[in-house]
Design a binder for this molecule. Structure first.
Ligand code: DGY
Length: 421
């Protein structure tokens, strides 16, 4: 397909997935509004209809809890092709949601939208309306997930990482008990099981969902007792970058509530504590189990997000980029989601090897920020080859390039419109 045809197809996908103000990632497999999907998807809408792009963000924020959390899924309308549904999550709100969040890329995307908008007055009006929501969301991350101000927030569920089935979580997830009741997965009605997580992992995902509900979403209790707690380099880096972007947006708009001082403080603390996650043996940052304090020695696009967050010092950045060069040489396409030398690498299975375009874009922003122009270009060229070859799948086999997971996928179409086309 040539670029014009691809642009048309990408736009058609966003329209096809539009359920009236919010966009599903893909029908059937993910039939609601997901947090970081919505943010990325708004970038695609910016190329088509700016008002619709801002609406995507406003619809996401409708799901925000009183404590500031913006949940990972907003169940705007009932659809029965997804499990676990709103009932299983058990959150009693008028607009049903899940009880965990997702990588907080939102404020960074809002900043890009604000800067690129053609309709400046709409952009100004839209951002002004949501600045407090964004600040409260960030303060929720810091206050609830790092109540001792260590500089490193924790995540409570592999689904919160957005990199759900990454081998980085295996060891910690295996210590979570399996859920004791029977259930039927629905993802396997839509996608081949070789591209999705195993039953053993699902049993534990659901135990955690139940745990939050059973303890009435009590943040203090969950912080102290959750059987899964992770210092996730991906979340920490994405939050860090988004906090800096949010502070910059507040400055641009001359909006300075006292709470931006708190954000500044947290940013400074993270900059000094991130070194606790550096492993000189791996030339990389590593995720760390916050219960056992053990490193997870698996390199993933998540651990590379320290470049995107601009949290690596100069010598760490050079080491990360050297690893990245090798990483790019090892597979035929993209930056694979797991380093191909890892024993757990699988080129087609969900987050264990395939290429996700939005992750490659974030990583390319990181390499670009550090001046690694050759790698930035390599990442972009490879991403471009994938969409020209396969179109807009959820993810791509990093060896064959074959499209995997859901087809007609919103964030792949959106990031292609924003970055590649
Ligand atoms: C899933 O795979 O169903 C998760 O909810 C993704 O967020």
């Amino acid at each position: 397909m040539n670029s014009d045809e691809l642009i048309k197809k990408a736009k058609d996908i966003l329209e096809l997935n539009d359920l009236g103000g919010y966009t599903v990632p893909t029908h059937n497999l993910y039939p609601f509004q997901w947090n970081w999907d919505a943010a990325i998807t708004a970038l695609g809408w910016m190329k088509m209809d700016e008002a619709r792009a801002w609406q995507e963000i406003h619809m996401l924020i409708k799901g925000q809890w009183d404590n500031g959390m913006i949940p990972h899924i907003i169940f705007h309308k009932e659809v029965d092709s997804y499990f676990p549904d709103a009932e299983v999550w058990g959150v009693k709100r008028d607009l049903r949601t899940t009880s965990i969040s997702q990588p907080p890329v939102l404020a960074s995307i809002v900043k890009i939208m604000f800067e690129q908008a053609k309709d400046k007055s709409l952009a100004q009006e839209s951002v002004s309306k949501i600045l407090d929501n964004l600040i409260n969301y960030h303060l929720w991350w810091y206050n609830e997930r790092d109540p001792e101000s260590t500089g490193l927030v924790v995540s409570y569920h592999p689904w919160e990482s957005g990199m759900d089935n990454s081998p980085a979580w295996d060891k910690s997830l295996a210590t979570v008990p399996p859920v004791s009741w029977e259930y039927k997965r629905k993802d396997l009605d839509h996608v081949d099981s070789s591209e999705r997580p195993h039953a053993d992992e699902y049993d534990r995902y659901l135990y955690l969902v139940d745990f939050f509900k059973k303890h009435n979403f009590d943040s203090q209790y969950i912080y102290q007792n959750c059987p899964y707690k992770m210092f996730d380099v991906g979340i920490i880096s994405i939050l860090h970058k988004a906090s800096k972007d949010l502070i910059s947006l507040c400055n641009t708009l001359k909006y300075k509530p006292d709470t931006t001082f708190e954000l500044n403080t947290r940013v400074t603390i993270t900059e000094s504590s991130i070194s606790q996650l550096w492993s000189e043996n791996h030339y990389n940052f590593l995720n760390k189990d916050a219960i056992t304090n053990e490193f997870c020695p698996v390199l993933t696009t998540g651990t590379m997000m320290a470049l995107y967050g601009e949290l690596a010092n100069e010598s760490q950045a050079i080491k990360l980029n050297n690893v990245l060069k090798d990483w790019l040489d090892l597979t035929n396409y993209g930056v694979s989601s797991t380093y191909a030398k890892s024993a757990e690498f699988e080129p087609q299975r969900y987050w264990r090897g395939p290429v996700w375009l939005h992750m490659n874009w974030l990583l390319a922003l990181g390499t670009d920020a550090y001046g690694f122009t050759e790698e930035t270009q390599r990442i972009k060229d490879s991403a471009s080859k994938l969409i020209h070859k396969e179109g807009f799948y959820e993810y791509f086999n990093c060896d064959t390039g074959a499209g995997c997971g859901g087809d007609a996928f919103s964030w792949t179409a959106a990031i292609s419109l924003h970055w590649l086309l």
